[in-house]
Write a protein that binds this ligand. Structure first.
Ligand code: IMP
Length: 202
């Protein structure tokens, strides 16, 4: 059975390849499925609706069981921003580093005890005919740092997010450890039993 990982983000792809590598399926990237240039919009204002919408679109176009997630950084002192708008925060065409810098600037006057934040991930698995429609949620709690991390382990907002219990941001934590503690790892582990059932019955 083929399982399409519906993302054009190389960081996510690498994480999902590790998280779902043990399933008896062939994991396909959008590129493998000939859909390398397909990027689905996120038109809704909840993570779950966007994740389901993206997975359904990738499934419809490919004819395969497709996985997609919607992920965001929820910062308490910014009233939950960037949240569901994490991808477009601070305007189109910005780099990850520029978006991190905008958040650090907005947080400049916020004291340590009010710098709480979390990464949220909703992961959806949808089949082409819509008969399979599973979602799972994962989150990791932490704090926004004062300066970006210097490591190159992650992507997106990893450089400014320090998970609780760790001295450094996610960008400075080894890849295997990120999958063990992260929002995406938690969502993937929560989805795994349903995915196993689906794979075994096909
Ligand atoms: P989306 O889920 O692809 O819409 O991603 C939303 C935004 O969050 C993008 O700017 C991503 O780079 C960022 N993002 C998604 N997943 C992660 C992650 O695991 N760590 C840090 N940033 C992430």
């Amino acid at each position: 059975m083929d399982l399409l990982i519906g993302t054009t983000n190389p960081g996510k792809l690498r994480e999902y390849a590790a998280l779902f590598g043990g399933l008896p399926v062939r994991l396909l990237s959008l590129h493998d499925a000939g859909l390398g240039s397909m990027d689905v919009e996120e038109p809704f204002d909840t993570f779950a609706e966007n994740a389901r919408h993206k997975a359904a679109e990738y499934a419809r176009v490919s004819g395969l069981l497709a996985l997609a997630d919607d992920t965001g950084l929820v910062v308490d002192a910014l009233d939950g921003r960037p949240g569901v708008y994490s991808k477009r925060y601070a305007g189109p065409g910005k780099t990850d580093a520029e978006r991190c810098h905008v958040i650090l600037s907005e947080m400049a006057a916020v004291p340590e005890k009010r710098r709480t934040a979390r990464f949220v991930c909703v992961l959806a698995a949808v089949s082409a005919d819509g008969a399979i429609n599973e979602t799972a949620y994962g989150a990791v709690e932490g704090q926004i740092g004062y300066t970006p991390g210097t490591g190159n382990q992650g992507f997106g907002y990893d450089a400014i997010f320090i998970p609780n219990g760790y001295p450094v941001p996610l960008s400075d934590i080894p890849f295997a450890d990120k999958n063990n503690l992260s929002h995406r790892g938690a969502a993937a582990r929560a989805l795994l039993p349903a995915l196993r059932r689906i794979v075994e019955s096909n």
